[in-house]
Write a protein that binds this ligand. Structure first.
Ligand SMILES: Nc1ncnc2c1ncn2[C@@H]1O[C@H](COP(=O)(O)OP(=O)(O)OP(=O)(O)O)[C@@H](O)[C@H]1O
Length: 229
């Protein structure tokens, strides 16, 4: 599904070019559950911004299914992003003065669906993430873990090809973090591809594949062994 071929990325820093990614080649198949780890500044965000179609300014080739992503113009790149990827962030990024249901339904509103269809789909997805009946609640009245469930519901509501989760458990205590990881695992077992950046070894260990980045280079890429499998 995702095939990166020798991807490099430089940022302009003052008068200098800083190379944040060095010739990264990587394939991620549909259905995988991948963790990306690496020290601060190693290039994780740069990499997932490219994978998640937020940044199309890089060297090398990105093949997404049959599409050569780096050949797309800005509009088609944005369309691919809206149709193919759901994002989950450390700090949830919910709209405070909108209800849970409105937050989750926003991508469907942008996609032009009818109100009745949006409400039905949102209620389905809220149930799927363990928050049935919470359509009319406000995010501020929910716990951190519940807010992250809302954010996950928003990320999956359009049935994207894959999820990009950037430190999704970074703002949660360890018990809540385990619950959120259980939800990601369940979504993955039902076919959702998940690519997750984390600093937490315990989180990474629950995925199926661990990619380590160091100084903008792939340091290692290995299958995660599970004691119970
Ligand atoms: N917009 C930018 N302009 C200039 N340099 C940048 C920009 N974004 C990132 N960098 C540099 O590129 C390198 C990689 O940054 P990146 O944010 O990808 O790292 P990261 O692994 O995600 O770090 P963290 O774990 O702290 O989020 C860093 O040295 C950073 O300073």
């Amino acid at each position: 599904m995702i095939n990166l071929v020798s991807i490099s990325k430089s940022y302009r820093q003052g008068n200098e070019n800083y190379k944040a990614l060095h010739e990264i080649s990587l394939t991620i198949q549909a259905g995988e559950f991948v963790a990306i780890m690496g020290p601060s500044g190693s290039g994780k965000s740069t990499l997932i911004n490219i994978i998640g179609f937020l940044d199309n300014n890089f060297d090398g080739q990105y093949n997404f299914n049959d599409t050569v992503v780096n050949n797309l113009n800005r509009r088609d790149h944005a369309r691919l992003r809206n149709q193919s990827v759901g994002f989950v962030f450390q700090n949830f990024k919910l709209i405070r003065n909108q209800s849970v249901g409105e937050n989750v339904g926003l991508p469907l509103l942008y996609a032009g669906l009818k109100r009745r269809d949006i409400i039905a789909r949102v209620n389905d997805v809220l149930e799927q993430v363990g928050l049935p009946g919470s359509y009319d609640k406000l995010p501020k009245n929910l716990s951190g873990g519940q807010q992250q469930r809302v954010a996950i519901a928003r990320a999956i509501v359009t049935k994207p090809n894959f999820l990009v989760a950037d430190e999704p458990t970074g703002a949660l205590d360890s018990a809540t973090s385990r619950e959120i990881m259980a939800l990601f695992k369940e979504l993955n077992q039902h076919g959702t591809t998940v690519i997750m950046v984390t600093h937490d070894e315990n989180v990474a260990r629950q995925t199926n594949r661990l990619i380590k980045i160091l100084d903008g280079r792939l340091q290692s890429d290995m299958e995660v062994e599970h004691a119970d499998s």
